[in-house]
Design a protein around this ligand. Sequence first.
Ligand code: ADP
Ligand code: ZN
Ligand code: ZN
Length: 803
Amino acid sequence: MIVEVIVDVAAYPIDRPFDYIVPQRLETLVERGSRVHVPFGPRKVQGFITNIKEETDLDKSKLKEVHSLMDVEPVVTEELLQLSKWLTNKTLCYEIDALQVMLPAALRASYKKNIKLIDSSALEEDFLALFGKKDIVSYEVIEKAGLLRAMKKYLTDGAVQLETVIKQHAKAKTIVKYKVTADREFLVEQLNSLTKQAVKQKELIEWLLQQEQTTFTMQQLIERANASNSTVKALIEKGILEKEKEEVYREISSLEYHDKDQRFQLTEEQTNALTDINHAQEHAENTTFLLHGITGSGKTEIYLNAIENSILKGKQAIMLVPEISLTPQMTRRFKLRFGDQVAVMHSGLSTGEKYDEWRKIWRGEVKVVVGARSAIFAPFKDLGIIILDEEHESTYKQEDNPRYHARDVAIWRSEFHQCPVILGSATPSLESYARASKGVYSLLTLNMRAKEQALPTVNVVDMRAELKNGNRSMFSVDLADAVREKLDKKEQIVLFLNKRGFSSFVLCRDCGTVVECKQCDISLTYHRAGEQLKCHYCGYEEPVPTTCPECSSEHIRFFGTGTQKVEEEIAKLFPYARVLRMDVDTTRTKGAHERILKQFGDGGADILLGTQMIAKGLDFPNITLVGVLNADTTLHLADFRAAEKTFQLMTQVSGRAGRHDKEGQVYIQTYTPEHYAIELSKSQLYEPFYHTEMLTRKQYGYPPFYFLTLVQVTHEDVMLASEYAKLATDWLRANLSSTTMVVGPTASAISKIQNRYRYQCLIKYKKEPLLIEKLQQLIKIYRTEWIKKGVILTIDLDPSTIL
Ligand code: ADP
Ligand code: ZN
Ligand code: ZN
């Protein structure tokens, strides 16, 4: 018997299955989708069985044997095996990467390098000392001791040998239990033969005889039977009790809440939407629904109902939310409705906890998974519905190999399972809305808030005017007054600082002008080195101006503020306010998010100050004021999605206010109040925004009118980076269709990451039948030639950002 194995080596000539002989002892055990250890060159590596066959075209005598089988049952289902093939082609990754991404980290192998002692007489004393009494020492120990150079020499001389060992991550957690293995007769017999002194043992046997249960933990025996460690041991020796290990799931600790599940009479709009979804579930139609509903319109309630439906049919459901660990409130709603049938998967869990949740899904012990992006690979076998909440969120796209979008995977799986997909959002991505307009997706609309609360009143504050009036603070007079008023009323306030890490632009504080590229309609990016402004689309650059090109003001400078600075200012302006800050710094520890949110929800603070991470999911009745300190930041990102992202963010943030009985107020501070993204987010006017933005996209040739592929080249040497970027660009230009545009090469907006210079080119096309084939050829050139020069080439089909 022969198996085809995809080995855990991501390298070009190896990106295909290899044949191995199955030793007889494993013949009845091997299955497609199981992991194996196989010899590969001098090493042993992990791999996945993707096929089983009797014959091979290769010379059988040269084939190696499978070393061991790691799973008695496959870890990758037949469906996911097929999906991995599709993913490999769709994202141009190695097949092994596509397989690994579908599994929890605990099942991915990592390798440990060891150095084995061969000839001790050849070694210097300090090196030999590292081994102690053993003949193996880990690579890290040698590295720490600063003896890598010596090791290299010994390796060549053959005095030591390098060994790679596969290391497994988390294991199933087990607890020890004690089981009564003997029958009653034996117990009674033992009881009678005990000496008078053995009081404790007598008591324990008598107690055991009275129990129906046969398995106990030590704690139970101690607490309930008043036994001791040594008594239990004595009974084990007598053959009455036996020690055994039982697998248990790790308890995911959670804070204590006192809320209950609420069921509502659905609104008319909700009912209509559900009717369509039910129909698709009923008739096993793989319709993709775009559920467009304003904030607070009751989308989540629809999700809950659709999932319930699917459970009633004996099927399972995947519920994706962006960065779930950030919205414990959302998870709670699902746990309250479905209880133990819910598995949760997000980055806040430990490797072991994730493994446990994954096994519950795999074994069919749960019916729903609520999770972040990677939960889309949950190994359910009979899916009834797949839902992506906030479908426009860029976190659904993985920015690393394989560069997949969860939405694409969802649609693939829905075809496989013949079940519907729901994409939900108050502010759908332009791509999805365009597809819905064309009838590719089926559009469901919710125009009313579920509880019929009014949308909050939104005031846009012109910060240029504030400056003119001599107010240099981050708070406009109006916002500061509003904060004071709410503090007096003991209502809660959310302050949002719009912040996007590295990217910065130059802004005139008098007239709001942002310096842009004349050819690309994209803000120029500020580069501190050389005080330059650069366009990373076309390569145009100019020095940072000292006066505004529009109004000649000298108040022109690069823009960016941190939350800490805002916190200091709050302390000055509102000294009595209790402030909670939520940003990357305050949420580093496990569970910090949830703790901060809970503290705020419990009324532990007056003001919650935070970045993007507070924009979503917050649903507290006492929040009546939301202030956006700087709406412009995302607006001037050097990205064609800047306006879209700003509109989405403003709508989301405003949606946090007045969700319950009390009316909400929102203040948006900006230097460009007239921009349509800000103007239209005031009343959550999605459609007008969509149409305006589509005009810009059409004019400049961006999605959804054109598809994009981003090709990036990095190198430690700036000259080589730009040289190979040019090679790649020229090659693509020469090989792709003439209607396809290849723009570049140009320096990336983030021109250097981890000491590697970054250059890029952008492929824009409407139809390019050659695309995948040509990109594969380019990758082949890269993997066979360029890679040796230290170049790294990455290709992102449908990038979510092009920084
Ligand atoms: P969305 O997900 O669209 O922002 P939610 O599902 O969170 O909206 O609903 C907003 C609020 O309205 C929640 O507090 C929810 O409990 C409530 N709600 C949802 N559906 C109904 C309904 N049919 N009747 C009354 N309240 C509802
Ligand atoms: Zn440009
Ligand atoms: Zn100006």
